[in-house]
Design a protein around this ligand. Structure first.
Ligand code: FMN
Length: 246
């Protein structure tokens, strides 16, 4: 197995960092790796807000369900879908179609993942922060995001403070990748995976604010997280920012 594949297969989120900063060289290399990511029709509809101001970092942490590592990480980057730049170049194009939301979200996700992979390849660690969307209106205000820009995900990057946590088991290939046709859920395989996750959670229980109920296995986890991830204000917010109106 080559080193890139090994790196990808060994991924695990890191939520505890030393207070060592990244060197400028490391930061630039991560940015360049992210910026070279494929982009839908080369629209490059992504902007990154790098939060360097500690007061602002604290505010963002508070808006993102108080996850302490947002403040502790050497770097905190917020990946935004950004059609404001494209809009200034082509002001007559109607950007209210939902497809633009998909394009921007997908590009931002790919770019963020290249940033994380680049960081991990340097022995650094990171974790995404989807919770930046928990108070998205307020975050939009504090970051001064104009119309056609929405914050999608944060990324903490830093030097791991301790040994990286163990690899979290994933669903088996037969439940995730199908030949030619979609396959219904296989209850037996699900039970096996659920048992694997029960064993995993026994050693590494999920702590608040990530759970509201006592999560024992993956089925519990799904129920818990699906309900909490609703963000019922989202459509109204997206429309206000000029996205997904039709
Ligand atoms: C889009 C996205 C948003 C996430 N948001 C958070 C978050 O707000 N807080 C957090 O601690 N982890 C967050 N994570 C990390 C996941 O919890 C983590 O990737 C998952 O549990 C699998 O663990 P692993 O990355 O260690 O394999 C997020 C991951 C993704 C892809």
């Amino acid at each position: 197995m080559n080193n890139t594949v090994k790196l990808l297969q060994n991924h695990t989120s890191v939520r505890s960092y030393t207070n060592n900063p990244l060197t400028e060289e490391q930061r630039d290399a991560i940015f360049k790796a992210a910026n070279q990511t494929s982009s839908f029709s080369l629209l490059q509809a992504v902007s990154i807000i790098r939060i360097t101001d500690q007061e602002l970092r604290k505010k963002v942490m508070q808006l993102s369900v108080n996850q302490p590592y947002i403040e502790e990480a050497a770097e905190f980057w917020i990946f935004c879908a950004d059609f404001n730049r494209d809009h200034q170049i082509a002001p007559n194009v109607d950007l209210e179609y939902t497809e633009y939301l998909l394009i921007g979200s997908f590009d931002a996700g790919l770019m963020a993942q290249n940033a994380l992979t680049a960081a991990e390849s340097m022995g650094l660690g990171g974790v995404y922060i989807g919770a930046v969307r928990s108070n998205i209106e307020e975050l939009t205000e504090v970051l001064h995001l104009p119309k056609y820009v929405i914050p999608l995900v944060g990324l903490c990057i830093g030097h791991p403070a301790e040994e990286k946590p163990g690899i979290k088991p994933r669903l088996p290939q037969s439940m995730v990748m199908f030949d030619n046709q979609y396959q219904p859920l296989d209850e037996e395989k699900l039970a096996t995976y659920d048992q694997q996750m029960r064993e995993y959670y026994q050693d590494r229980p999920v702590k608040a604010p990530f759970t509201v109920k006592n999560v024992k296995g993956w089925k519990d986890h799904i129920e818990d997280h699906l309900e909490r991830s609703r963000m019922p204000f989202m459509l109204e917010y997206l429309n206000k920012q000029g996205f997904a109106k039709k």
